[in-house]
Design a protein around this ligand. Structure first.
Ligand SMILES: *Cc1c(COP(=O)(O)O)cnc(C)c1O
Length: 364
């Protein structure tokens, strides 16, 4: 069934920032600190379905303390960016993939699916309203955070009968301010972020909550991020808390863990697989045993390891450690395959290169 996309009524903020305040905010960009003047939203009820689509001033929400999201955690989200091109237009990268993934996450969490067209319309309406907030500085973009929460005031354990969908937006600077900085990774051997039949392939807040303690432990040991292993055998690489991983072999083969249900299917991951295939690079989605990876890093048959996701695009991994090992990948610096993929992806996103797959969608 296809339905016409909902119209998002624009209710302008009564307290937008002044031009000077906005310029100051756009001058000191970090990740997820500043928010634009508006947010998009819609409500779902059992009787009314999706309704009340609108863009309104960014403001606190009023929710009952009994709202089920506070108790049983029904919350899903997405993350994508609006990119400013040289002619002033703003574009999104494969937003339909995010819209479909949002539907898949909703199904897993027993939440109502938002039509793809409504997801796309919400993003267009918000970016159009807050267009001045899309940074024009090199490498900067407007990070969009669509999410859905269960709002019914009810403590019984069942899917909520009421939900709120919202999109907020945050101008963000380039992830790497001082050039491409490889990160160090702690491999968690005692904690897992997801298990078979669980919620690992949904973009679900609870997955992140479960990753915070191991992340904190890694940070305390002096590492930047955690990599998780599969919960079944604790032997195969899965992904970081919020990024997929790739391994580049000295033989030119590029490998990434297969989508087994416990890994989140990243839009960046899938785009990298496509770019590599376009170039004739052999790619394999397969098990990546930690043991074999460590042996390969030590004997040089693994030349690069990197992580990928919307926020950082691509992050080189320079060091991998756990309770019984500590290895440096190559010479610890970003490798040529990692750097080339980063440039290729960001050139498409910022309109500096051709877009043969039609990934970029104009928003305004
Ligand atoms: C969002 C996310 C990713 C990356 O997905 P992209 O679509 O590339 O941003 C990877 N892993 C997890 C757990 C995520 O939540």
């Amino acid at each position: 069934m296809t339905t016409a996309p909902a119209e998002f009524a624009i209710v302008p903020s009564s307290r937008p920032r002044t031009t000077a305040e906005r310029a100051a905010a756009l001058d000191r960009l970090s990740f997820g600190v500043e928010f634009t003047d508006h947010m998009a939203r819609a409500t779902w009820t059992v009787d009314g379905g999706w309704h009340g689509h609108r863009v309104e001033g960014f403001a606190p929400l009023e929710l009952s303390p009994a709202a089920s999201v506070f108790h049983y955690g029904q919350e899903i989200f997405e993350g994508l960016k609006a990119y400013r091109h040289a002619d002033g237009s703003a574009w999104a990268f494969r937003p339909e993939a995010n819209a479909r993934r949002f539907q898949a996450s909703a199904r897993r969490l027993a939440m109502p699916e938002l039509p793809v067209e409504d997801f796309l319309a919400s993003i267009r309406a918000l970016v159009e309203t807050d267009l001045e907030w899309v940074p024009a500085t090199a490498g900067a973009s407007l990070y969009l955070r669509p999410f859905m929460v269960a709002t019914e005031p009810f403590l019984g354990v069942r899917p909520s009968h009421r939900y709120e969908y919202l999109v907020i937006a945050s101008p963000v600077g380039p992830y790497f301010v001082n050039g491409f900085q490889p990160v160090s990774i702690w491999v968690a051997e005692d904690f897992h972020r997801a298990g078979p039949g669980g919620t690992g392939n949904a973009k679900f807040g609870g997955n992140y909550a479960a990753s915070l303690l191991p992340q904190q432990t890694a940070y305390a040991r002096g590492f930047d991020q955690v990599c998780f292993l599969d919960a079944g055998t604790a032997s195969n690489l899965e992904e970081l808390g919020g990024m997929n991983v790739f391994v580049v072999g000295a033989d030119g083969v590029v490998r990434t863990p297969a989508l087994t249900g416990t890994i989140l299917e990243g839009v960046t991951r899938s785009s990298i697989l496509t770019l590599l295939a376009d170039q004739g690079t052999p790619v394999e989605e397969c098990d990546i045993p930690l043991k074999g990876l460590l042996a390969g890093i030590r004997d040089g048959s693994v030349s690069e390891v990197f992580a990928c996701g919307t926020a950082a695009v691509i992050t080189p991994i320079g060091r991998l450690a756990g309770e019984s090992f500590d290895v440096t990948v190559g010479d610890g610096a970003a490798g040529p395959v990692t750097e080339r993929l980063f440039t290729q992806l960001t050139d498409i996103q910022f309109g500096h290169a051709q877009d043969p797959h039609g990934w970029m969608q104009p928003l305004v």
